[in-house]
Design a protein around this ligand. Sequence first.
Ligand code: HEC
Length: 206
Amino acid sequence: MKKLWSLRACLPVALMATFLSVLVGCGGGTGGNSEANGKPGIPHKQFADAVHAVMMADRTVYAQHVVDRLKAQESVVKPDEYWHDEDGTIPLPAQMFRMGAELVSENEEAGFSYSLKSKWPLNEQNKANSDLEVAGLDYVTANPEENFYGEEELAGVNYYTAVYADVAVAGACSNCHNSHANRGDDYPEFKTGDVMGGVIIRIPMR
Ligand code: HEC
């Protein structure tokens, strides 16, 4: 059972305390709902959960059945950050994910955006850049079984934002990250099953 969390309800507590134990104790709230303003549609939470399920299915299939499989077969084709420039390489799972996210952000019909971020980013571009993203990544890292839902205002627009744990679903995930040159001094020693970051889904509330 996923837990609902409302940033609005928790904001005073979150501002007062940086400790996760306090954030975790602050449950309740259902977040946004497109029906609330009289327009028919899918509630924001349900929409975010559904598109997240599809994203994760694709991500897991790519990591387990393409990346891990090539490795198990000792294939000459390898996932590589620099796949654009090198023959015999394919994109990393995170790069696959980001290319999809870029196509969705260019599509005006899509009505939402998404990204993959972490408290320990190998690429600086993937670090949290709003208070809600920081709180959400902290929350899902401490509570991998739960999601984080909230509302935020960015550049005058209100968003319903959901954060989901991104877990090392395949051995390749932790192996590659743990040995990457960009890892900082405080970088965790990831293993399969660990939360490595979070998927952030953002829906403008109109
Ligand atoms: C072969 C190396 C490699 C593999 C395999 C790999 N990653 Fe990454 N991952 C990277 C690199 C490099 C980046 C930064 C990519 C970018 O955005 O430029 C990254 C980015 C990420 C990010 C965004 C935060 C960051 O570190 O920049 C997350 C979260 C993440 N990976 C989780 C995973 C998970 C979970 C898996 C397995 C499903 C996985 N990675 C597999 C190398 C790898």
